[in-house]
Design a binder for this molecule. Structure first.
Ligand SMILES: Cc1cc2nc3c(=O)[nH]c(=O)nc-3n(C[C@H](O)[C@H](O)[C@H](O)COP(=O)(O)OP(=O)(O)OC[C@H]3O[C@@H](n4cnc5c(N)ncnc54)[C@H](O)[C@@H]3O)c2cc1C
Length: 395
């Protein structure tokens, strides 16, 4: 099976930044991307909040990320990750093109648009139903369209659509927008934008193409038709995390939980960007996450290599596994180190709290435990609580 050091899943801003940092740190980096590199930002033509660039398009920004990453020669490969599995402590990526054994995995697969789930939505997708104003807005020159949603994306995209459409209804289930003040003020000042409050879509209807929405007023329960030629759905996003959802810890909705080092609940699996359970989902935060995750993955890989050379390769090793967060263990380590220096009997101390993978590999279930190894093969072990027991076992 193909073996790689750092495998990054997804070539959006998080994945591409991680590729830059990973390669600059000297790692072997493979980036798996199911489509074209760039991620979600490629579908917007207005980016005004990437520091240092006052205005650009999503395509141009994504292209500059890609070119920058390519300078450091990571391998980009078109492949869809279907599953991440743990086999004997090894992380195996299952793709439609085969399996890859990764030392560290970075999940940077972003998020996807949520669907309304109403009758007609799937049937009319591409025939009037769209999830991307930039991609499809121009098809609705002088037509009446509806935007569904009330957040930033819905309100901003409604403004964008007024360049083409004669009228843009914004259908929202509440009686005010959730979006930030500035986009809401812009939308409300635009004569082409007409809010439709307290309403949800019951169905999307038409002939060959969309002709109307059936809306239900959530206060009166009245159902009425709204004639439109296009429907732009912006009702939130879902994380692309299904392929790891039964492996790593996620919050409600499937967003991957990480600590500040972007480590997930599984050692050696990291997550960055929009797929994470995080406060802000933007290019700048995704890029920051990607950098942190790559450096944390580098530290993790270096540690694995170090442990391999310290524990498993030498002729004889006495390894004491303790937990660095247990004061009694810390005290024992100090006594053992002093005795080791005095007696000349070497003892390698391993922090089992931070090296769960090595604990798993050697099947150590309790700490402190002393293990005698010869070229990585166990010669004996003993659970110890004090220096006397350590001495008795090693002398
Ligand atoms: C319409 C729109 C406008 C936006 N405007 C702005 C803006 O102006 N400024 C801003 O900062 N942010 C903006 N954003 C948000 C920004 O695009 C995201 O926060 C950012 O792209 C997140 O980056 P990411 O790398 O985490 O994920 P993504 O950009 O989502 O990239 C994830 C990548 O992973 C790939 N992938 C997913 N699943 C798999 C799999 N199983 N196997 C292989 N590959 C996979 C996807 O194809 C994708 O390329 C906008 C988003 C949208 C939708």
């Amino acid at each position: 099976m193909e073996k790689r050091e750092l495998v990054i899943l997804g070539a959006g801003p998080a994945g591409m930044t991680a590729a830059i940092y990973g390669r600059r740190a000297g790692l072997d980096v493979l980036v798996l991307e199911r489509g074209l590199p760039g991620g979600q930002i490629t579908i917007t033509d207005e980016v005004e909040n990437w520091p240092g660039v006052q205005h650009t398009t999503g395509q141009a920004l994504a292209e500059s990320f890609r070119k920058h990453a390519e300078k450091f020669h990571p391998e980009f490969r078109e492949a869809t990750v279907e599953k991440v599995e743990l086999r004997d402590g090894r992380k195996i990526l299952v793709t439609e093109k085969g399996e890859i054994d990764a030392e560290a995995v970075l999940v940077a697969t972003g998020a996807n648009f949520k669907k309304l789930g109403c009758p007609g939505e799937a049937e009319y997708t591409g025939r009037g139903v769209s999830y991307c104003a930039v991609c499809d807005g121009a098809f609705f020159e002088d037509e009446v369209v509806a935007v569904i949603g009330g957040g930033n994306t819905a309100v901003e995209e409604a403004c964008y659509l007024t360049q083409f459409a004669s009228k843009v209804y914004v259908v929202h289930r509440r009686d005010s927008f959730r979006a930030d003040r500035v986009p809401v003020e812009q939308a409300m000042a635009n004569p082409k934008i007409v809010p439709v409050w307290d309403s949800v879509v019951e169905s999307i209807e038409g002939g060959d193409m969309v002709e109307r929405l059936m809306l239900r007023n959530v206060k009166t329960q009245e159902v009425s038709p709204l004639p439109v030629a296009g429907v732009f759905v912006f009702v939130g996003t879902d994380p692309n995390s299904r392929f790891v959802a039964d492996l790593v810890e996620t919050s409600k909705g499937g967003w991957i939980r990480t600590n500040p080092r972007m480590e997930t609940s599984v050692e050696g699996i990291f997550a960055a960007g929009d797929v994470r359970d995080t406060y802000l989902r933007q290019v700048v935060t995704a890029a920051g996450d990607g950098a942190t995750a790559a450096m944390a993955a580098y530290a993790y890989i270096a540690e694995q290599v170090h442990l391999q050379s310290v524990l498993l390769e030498p002729e004889r090793v006495n390894a004491l596994f303790t937990s660095s967060i247990d004061p009694a263990h810390v005290a024992l380590v100090q006594q053992v180190e002093a005795w080791s220096a005095e007696s000349g009997i070497p003892v390698s101390v391993v922090d089992g709290y931070r090296n769960g993978r090595m604990m798993e590999k050697l099947r150590i279930l309790e700490m402190p435990t002393l293990v005698k190894l010869q070229k990585g093969v166990e010669q004996g072990r003993r659970a110890v609580t004090n220096l006397e027991e350590v001495r008795a076992f090693l002398q």
